[in-house]
Structures are given as structure tokens and as C-alpha cells.
Ligand binder design. Structure first.
Ligand code: ZN
Length: 269
């Protein structure tokens, strides 16, 4: 693995036959009570020590990842478009900064169907933001949720169900990681990098992986998926990449005492 190129909104990493480009959709903040203890209670001031905060709130970057292979480019998640917080919806700018554009994307796979992951599928004009993406792959469990969102109507004809073990593009394997949402999916790239969607919303969850997120559909199941995949990533030496990880959204995970630590990749690493 090596960081090939990096800019304000992107970071490109080479992984053998494929490369992965982190694309920033922008950054926002969320209320402090979004981080929750194992029983669902807010953490309180002391419990938030070590959290990534801005403006006395929780810092929440939003990211997508472009997996470039010999047979095309798979976009994992699409950002918030214009459907959520101000300052998001920068995916197009990130692609431009990385020297490409929406036309490069030949398929799309979603980690799940929440607003900050699906909304970028549709542009400000209401049309498909990635016209060359022939397939939009969504976990079977979330096909209905996708279909219930009228904003996504233009993308429905390209919808395809995604299951554990499927290979949405060259070198990419789908891995079930349920809990944050019923069909939440992670993607293992070249057996070396796990793009894990929303397993982690704040860096505090590496030191205290028992902590959940207010919008986890099932806190206990999300925790079980987080713990299992963190441990597997450490054991296998996988890099991890996440929609809400600190910059540049890709890093190494190491064991630290009873828990874990995150080390972002840097240029020259
Ligand atoms: Zn998210």
C-alpha cells in the first residue's frame, strides 16, 4: 500500500491491481448525545474525553470511496448530495480535484441507505449524478427502504440486490456488517482494505468500541459487527476505510490494551 496522491478533498492509495480514492463529501457536526453507551444512554462530558469534536459538537466528516480496477470504477457510497447538512454534497468537487469526474463511475455499491450515503446518487437537477453507472447495488434487506425514497426514483431502474460474498467489482468482496442498518455492508478490497461504511462515527469508538451511535438501528448488533470486524482487521492486517473516519478516512488499526487505535495513512507511508 502506498499513498500516491493527496489533496484537500481526496486521497489516492495504490493496492496492487486496484487503487482506492477517498473522496470527501464535506464535513459537518452532530449533537454530543449521538454517541451512546452500550445501554443507549448519552455519555456525558467525562465520557466524551478523547472524542473528535468541533464547535462543542461531534465532528462528522462524510466520505465516499472510488475503487478503480481493470474493469471499471466502483463508487462505494455517494455522499449527502443536497439532501442533508449545508457544506456537504462536495463529491463532484472531490472527483474534479482528483482529476476525474462523475462519468468515470461504472457501478455504485452502497454500504447502506441512510441520507448521507445515498443522496448523492441524484444531482441538483434531479437526474442521475453518475449516468454511466449501470448498476446501483444495495443489500437485499434495504431494497425496500431505497424504493420508498422518492428522491431516488431516477436510480431505481439500475437497482440490483447485493448479498454477502458478492463481488460488486474486480477485487471487491461484500461482507455483512449489520446493526447500524439492517443490511449494512462492508467491502473488502484486494483482501487488504476494508471499506466499512458506518461501523465507526467518531474516533473515540476505537478506544471504546462498545460505544454506539444514536442512529444505529440495533445498538447491540452494530456493536457486535464493529467488534468482530475491528478484530478481524487487526488479525489480517487490513487497512480500514470509513465514511466518517478522521482524515484522510483510511488508516491502519492496531490493538491498544483491551481496545484499538487508529493511525491514518500519510504520504510516503
Ligand atoms: Zn453515515
Amino acid at each position: 500500500m502506498r499513498v500516491v496522491r493527496q489533496g484537500r478533498l481526496f486521497c489516492k492509495v495504490a493496492l496492487g491491481a486496484v487503487s482506492v480514492v477517498m473522496l470527501s463529501d464535506g464535513e459537518t457536526v452532530m449533537p454530543l448525545d449521538c454517541l451512546r453507551g452500550p445501554e443507549g444512554a448519552s455519555l456525558g462530558e467525562a465520557g466524551l474525553a478523547g472524542a473528535d469534536m468541533r464547535e462543542d459538537k461531534l465532528h462528522l466528516p462524510v466520505r465516499a470511496f472510488l475503487v478503480r480496477g481493470p474493469e471499471g470504477s466502483l463508487l462505494v457510497d455517494t455522499g449527502a448530495g443536497q439532501a442533508w447538512h449545508k457544506g456537504l454534497g462536495q463529491l463532484g468537487a472531490a472527483l474534479a480535484e482528483a482529476g476525474t469526474g462523475a462519468q468515470e463511475v461504472s457501478a455504485i455499491a452502497l454500504t447502506h441507505t441512510h441520507v448521507d450515503h445515498v443522496s448523492g446518487l441524484v444531482g441538483a437537477d434531479g437526474g442521475l449524478a453518475f449516468p454511466n453507472a449501470q448498476q446501483v447495488l444495495v443489500a437485499t434487506e434495504e431494497i425496500t427502504a431505497f424504493g420508498d425514497n422518492p428522491r431516488l426514483n431516477p436510480a431505481k431502474v439500475r437497482l440490483m440486490p447485493l448479498e454477502q460474498g458478492d463481488g460488486p467489482s474486480f477485487g471487491v468482496t461484500s461482507i455483512n456488517a449489520p446493526g447500524h442498518s439492517p443490511g449494512h455492508m462492508a467491502f473488502l478490497v484486494e483482501g487488504r482494505m476494508l471499506i466499512w461504511g458506518d461501523l465507526v462515527h467518531n474516533v473515540l469508538q476505537f478506544a471504546r468500541p462498545e460505544i454506539g451511535w444514536k442512529y444505529d438501528d440495533d445498538l447491540a448488533l452494530a456493536r457486535a459487527s464493529r467488534l468482530a470486524l475491528m478484530e478481524q482487521a487487526v488479525e489480517a492486517g487490513w487497512l480500514v476505510a470509513g465514511a466518517h473516519l478522521p482524515g484522510p478516512g483510511i488508516g491502519r488499526i492496531e490493538r491498544a490494551g483491551d481496545a484499538y487505535a487508529f493511525h491514518p495513512v500519510t504520504r510516503g507511508y
